[in-house]
Design a protein around this ligand. Sequence first.
Ligand SMILES: [Zn+2]
Length: 259
Amino acid sequence: MNLNDKVSDVCIDGNWLWPVHIVQKIGDLLVYPNHVLRDEERDRLYWKTRLDKLCDFSTSGVWDDIRAFRDEVSWHRVIWFSQNIPRHSFICWVAINCKLSTQDRLERWDVPCGSVCCLCDKVKESHDHLLIGCSYAKSVWRWFRGKAGLDGIIDRIEHGHSQWNDVINAMAGTVCNKGVWSIIIRLVFVAVIYFLWQERNARTFRNDVSSHEVIAKRIYEVVRLRLMGLQVKKSMQSQSAAKVWHFNFDDGGGTHLSV
Ligand SMILES: [Zn+2]
């Protein structure tokens, strides 16, 4: 066979004559009906979906066919949205699934490690403690009071009655749309999780310590830079956000740095 051969070239008098090495790889070739082949027509490439429907090939279509389907989770819009910061969302997704390698999990695998949280040196490290229960984490969350529309969530964290799952459920209940405050709430929430995990790793592996204020300001700058890259329509909501997050509106309707 060569590149110019057509499918009809391997069908003689109604019998398939596929090269043996190809049939050995794709045995199903012999069972396909060949009576519809016509010499005068060009070959066309189709993708057969898992529902047996023939359609044009596309990467997204193939992905939908081979991926596993699960029930939709209530929190998916909290972390997956077009204005997100992907590396932040990824770590938050791992955290929501309680799969960060915190010390309580490592102990279960018999991995030798310290037992107390390196952010406060007091309490055993777990998702609940590291992300919302730790005094260091609480200080970072508190820094965003009045700045990110997260005060209800921060109240839960401050009072210490909530567990990590409760906080996720509360976040899932917030409005997730294209409004600027909805974007800010989610950007900050996801960024705080990411930077707490980064700080934990910096202390654990590099002995590199930053104060909660340094981390909070770093988060503020990252979120502000992300907001500056968005096209935000001028409105009462976005003007109030611009005051807190220090961006101005340019003539084209987008945002740029306030000087
Ligand atoms: Zn701690």
